[in-house]
Design a protein around this ligand. Sequence first.
Ligand code: SF4
Length: 462
Amino acid sequence: MTTQPPRDDATVCLISLGCPKNQVDSEILSAGLLEEGFSFVPDPAQADVIILNTCSFIREAVQESLEVLEQLAVYRREGKCRCLLAVGCLVQRYGRELGRRLADVDLFVGTEAIEGAGRILARHLRGHGEQTFFQSPFPSGPGHAAPLPERRTALAPWAYVKIAEGCSNACSYCTIPGIRGPLKSRPPGEIVREAAHLARQGVREINLIAQDVTAYGQDQGPKPSRPLLADLLSRLEQVEEVRWIRLLYCHPAHLDPASISRMGESEKICPYVDLPIQHVSPSVLKAMGRPYDEGRLRRLIDRIRAVRPDVALRTTLMVGFPGETERDVEQLLSFVGEIRFHHLGVFCYSREEGTPAFAKGESVSEAEKRRRRDAVMELQAEISETLLKGFLGTCQEVLVEGPHEEDPRYWKARTRYQAPEVDGCVFLPGDDRREPGLAMARIVRTGTYDLTAEILRDTPPA
Ligand code: SF4
């Protein structure tokens, strides 16, 4: 839909903090801005409008968002910028409280209004210029997530595709349900159309995301009429140009046998499961509100490995939760040592106002939390290094992304066993540069978290 153009040819610099879900929101926001006639510049010093898509799920993220906004406010006070916007989670969480602290921010737009932010900005530039808030409450009752504007630009051969918004789980440490509202699944047809649209622009890998992808469809009435993850996967597999499909954020209590079987039968679904387990101690899991135990986790992992013996498992853990004892940490370390996840990240517990766990206070110091985290990561480094040695000399299909952002001597690629942004990658020597896309490569060196490969040939189109 095209609406009235903005007052003049305003340029926008959009900066995005936080997780992949936020990145998708930023792409949706960009599509809305393009519809309104805005153009983009990468440098905030050159922009008429600066937008920060914020994050606020833990204290550190709140702090980072506030600091970046304060830095950007300098451009608003002294530079070319004539409108500074804060959008996303921080606004949804703190609302009008932010106005006093961030007097130079002109517009605040919460997560629920993000797809209309382009229109809101255009109106604001034509209007009175007073500080304004848009922070709609969450939609309640049955219904799908609001349709998203078409994402026009695919800048890489891979993309995140959001299949649901919000979360109806009640993990006691988590602010997300309060910020993003209850689960709202997107209609399967809309998701498939988005995947096909991205594929036409050269995207070969789609990464399905949500707060809990395995809850997909649970808000859409009783079985069997509601859409299910396994059905969605089957439909996505039919999008010809999409060659890799990856599941991120699978809740261990919700990953169902049908989705696991699809992975076993499909050439497109990556042998990769992101299973954030958080912990294994029964008392910690119970206090966290995570409805499973170590035995159930073991059975689930066995089932996944029976279907895909080569599967790469990723997990996320949390240490320092109130009441966690040395013994609980030992149990966690021994589980990690036995299961041998390919990829693993550890968060230190962050006590967040507004969550049920807040009342429990803290039981260990920040230094002790870091010590526990480092102990797990030390063990993981050994496991990862050993597992990667198994790739040496093998031929792997890799997705070439482009020049490596940290080391220009190399190009960056990934195997099916590595997710974008969070896992290690494949380094390709610079003389092996290729157009972004799929290729066959031989692994010639392995490290702690990364691989090095030489390209053998491009993968023929499907
Ligand atoms: S599953 Fe738990 S941790 Fe994840 S977003 Fe939902 S409530 Fe938060």
